[in-house]
Ligand binder design. Structure first.
Ligand SMILES: [Cu+2]
Length: 150
């Protein structure tokens, strides 16, 4: 009896698996913007860009109605000082991820039209360049929150 149940469970898993194929498109998950004081001139955005394809992809531009400008920044310690440097793109090699997270790479969202508020959802449009030279637009909803999603 136990064996039959296990077999049924296995068949069920197989059936579910075939209905939900692996994502074959680049995808963004866990997109969020850190809550900032109303006077903040810049805020930071974070996300994970998954690239399940066999070609490298790069986010080469980002824009949003809510901000004057969106840049890609890399953050690191120089001695005891935290230094931010602008990056040309966010790169996800074939079958890998690009992770933007606090203390490291991030989207620098410059000049908010209005202050960002906890719980608010903000759309940022990413321009993704594929290895073959084609580009695609990827609109991503960022959730404004106080800390990183678990
Ligand atoms: Cu920055």
């Amino acid at each position: 009896m136990r064996f039959i149940l296990a077999l049924v469970a296995a068949m069920f898993l197989v059936a579910c698996g075939s209905q939900q194929p692996q994502p074959s498109e680049p995808m963004v998950s866990g997109a969020w913007i850190r809550t900032a004081p109303p006077t903040a001139a810049v805020v930071a955005g974070y996300m994970t860009l998954s690239n399940p394809t066999n070609q490298a992809i790069k986010v080469i531009a980002a824009s949003s109605d809510r901000f004057e400008r969106v840049e890609f920044h890399h953050m690191r310690m120089e001695g005891s000082t935290m230094v931010m440097k602008q990056m040309e793109s966010v790169d996800a090699p074939a079958n890998q991820k690009a992770v933007l997270q606090p203390g490291e790479d991030h989207l620098m969202l410059i000049g908010p039209a209005q202050p960002v508020r906890t719980g608010e959802r903000i759309m940022i449009n990413l321009t993704v360049a594929l290895e073959d030279g084609s580009e695609q637009q990827m609109p991503v909803t960022f959730l404004v929150r106080e800390r990183a999603p678990q």
